[in-house]
Design a protein around this ligand. Structure first.
Ligand code: SF4
Ligand code: SF4
Length: 266
């Protein structure tokens, strides 16, 4: 089975869950409650690490609940890399759908060609954007980066629409960001999303990563052409950019004969 099929299943189930959870709450079933900013599953708390960090910073307070809510997301990041992004984040799914729509509409392909300097340039932009956001948050004392957290907004809008039957202005922020995906290839996740950038800092070299396991590949570069974050999967699978989507593994034609590129744990 293609990795993309498994990934798409996980994405659709996650999308369904953000609507099903508030429905359950309306029916007074509270085993799972919350959004992607912060969620409780039974007695287990899970929160977006960036949201927690901002909350600690803005309030100057830190408590055991906040720390406990970081354990699962950070452990996932350490052992499985950025699978949150490509396997579960609803924005990523929408961005992939926008990309398919762009192709169907026959719009120009704005995907840039891979160059060796591209990942480091993307890193500079991402971390500068995150740093500026944190400075603004520190100055005004408000967790402003939550206002542009696409997964948090999407899940909280799902909650509001199910519970109260309306949406708020925050939905417009996500729609505008998504609209520009038509013209700037996967720009939000590659350059700006503070949630993804913050999470990527917990990437561990020994965790799950794409690796080329044979030297004599046919050098067709299908893996590079398929990579949504425009890195070279053969040499940069361990980088902070890779979200372990597995598209490069699916695209590799040599894999049909002999395993050439695959997920590994070191
Ligand atoms: S970078 Fe942000 S918006 Fe993109 S998939 Fe990751 S968390 Fe979601
Ligand atoms: S290197 Fe492979 S797994 Fe990583 S983001 Fe690119 S296509 Fe996905």
């Amino acid at each position: 089975m293609k990795i993309k099929t498994m990934r798409r299943t996980a994405q659709i189930l996650t999308l369904a869950a953000i609507f099903i959870i508030p429905f359950m709450n309306v029916w007074e079933l509270y085993f799972v409650k919350g959004t992607f900013y912060s969620m409780d599953i039974g007695n287990v708390a899970i929160a977006d690490p960036l949201a927690v960090f901002q909350s600690m910073f803005a309030s100057g307070k830190i408590n055991a609940y906040m720390i406990a809510s970081l354990i699962i997301p950070i452990a996932l990041m350490i052992f499985f890399g950025r699978i949150w992004c490509s396997w579960f984040c609803p924005y990523y799914l929408f961005a992939e759908w926008v990309e398919s729509l762009r192709r169907k509409l026959g719009f120009r392909d704005f995907r840039p060609e891979y160059t060796k300097t591209m990942p480091s340039r993307a890193s500079r932009v991402r971390f500068l954007f995150l740093f500026l956001g944190l400075i603004v948050m520190g100055v005004i004392g408000v967790p402003v980066l939550n206002l542009i957290s696409a997964p948090g907004i999407i899940s909280s809008q799902a909650l509001v629409v199910v519970k109260f039957g309306y949406v708020t202005f925050e939905l417009a922020i996500v729609l505008v960001i998504l609209f520009f995906e038509l013209f700037y290839f996967r720009y939000w996740c590659r350059f700006f999303c503070p949630t993804g950038t913050f999470l990527s800092m917990f990437r561990w070299k020994r965790g799950m990563a794409v690796q080329k396991v044979r030297n004599d590949c046919s050098k067709c570069h299908s893996c590079i052409k398929s990579c949504p974050v425009i890195i070279n999967p053969m040499t940069e699978g361990e980088s902070l950019h890779c979200n372990n989507c597995g598209d490069c593994i699916d695209a590799c034609q040599d894999n049909l004969n002999k395993q050439t590129i695959k997920f590994t744990f070191k």
